[in-house]
Design a protein around this ligand. Structure first.
Ligand SMILES: *Cc1c(COP(=O)(O)O)cnc(C)c1O
Length: 220
């Protein structure tokens, strides 16, 4: 199958319940161009430098989503253009995003990454930590960020029951935290689901799926 055929196939399954973020990490610009021509406008990269290098080589109406762990000292490289940061996991990072966004007179939309997997290695906040952050007084001093939802990654397992349980748990956290309304907190996005589990994720209420290898093939 071509990239365009794979995108069409995934889109048919999403059936407008969730938007597709094409995860383009490690893939050459020519492949991104092919996905763009097939109608993809949302691209996800996990590394700041790779995103910053690819962006000028591609059409300007692409929305760039940072999906990987972000270090505070790298925020400045993406602040002029990034559309959504999926992987915020500390107040300190949020403060730096706010500072860099202000320099460009922008408001940068962010998701809090929630740890839902059993694996120890994955980044993210606990639901309790996210709730504390969303209610903290410090947010009032961050007018250049907006927290628009949550992101999570399920355990890398073949056990669909476990994956479903983890996504369902994240949706419950999302529903609870959605009640929090502040000038810079307005939940509308739940980023969950990747190549192997996006079907389950959309059943469980995902609004953004992040799909790489099912579009572009395995990464080296
Ligand atoms: C790489 C990556 C994806 C996409 O993974 P695939 O299994 O190739 O679809 C999704 N989310 C994050 C955070 C990633 O790093």
């Amino acid at each position: 199958m071509t990239i365009a055929q794979r995108i069409d196939y995934i889109r048919a399954q999403l059936n407008e319940r969730a938007r597709l973020v094409a995860v383009t990490k490690t893939k050459p610009v020519a492949m991104l161009q092919e996905a763009y021509e097939a109608g993809c406008k949302l691209f996800g990269e996990n590394k700041v430098q790779e995103m910053a290098e690819k962006r000028p080589q591609l059409p300007a109406d692409i929305e760039w989503h940072l999906i990987g762990h972000l270090q505070t000292n790298k925020v400045k490289y993406i602040a002029p253009f990034v559309a959504l940061i999926h992987s915020v996991d500390s107040l300190k990072l949020l403060q730096e995003i706010n500072k860099q966004a202000a320099k460009h007179e922008r408001v940068i939309n962010c998701l809090l990454q929630i740890h839902i997997a059993e694996e120890e290695t994955k980044f993210g906040l606990s639901p309790e930590e996210a709730e504390t952050l969303l209610n903290s007084a410090e947010l009032d001093s961050l007018p250049n960020i907006c927290l628009v939802g949550l992101m999570g990654m399920a355990t890398n397992t073949d056990d669909e029951t476990q994956i479903r349980r983890e996504f369902r748990g994240l949706k419950q956290v999302y529903d609870k935290l959605s009640a929090i309304r502040r000038t810079n907190v307005a939940f509308r996005e739940l980023s969950m689901g990747m190549s192997d589990d996006y079907g389950i994720a959309i059943d469980e209420g995902s609004t953004l799926v992040r799909v790489g290898s099912a579009i572009f093939g395995e990464r080296n």
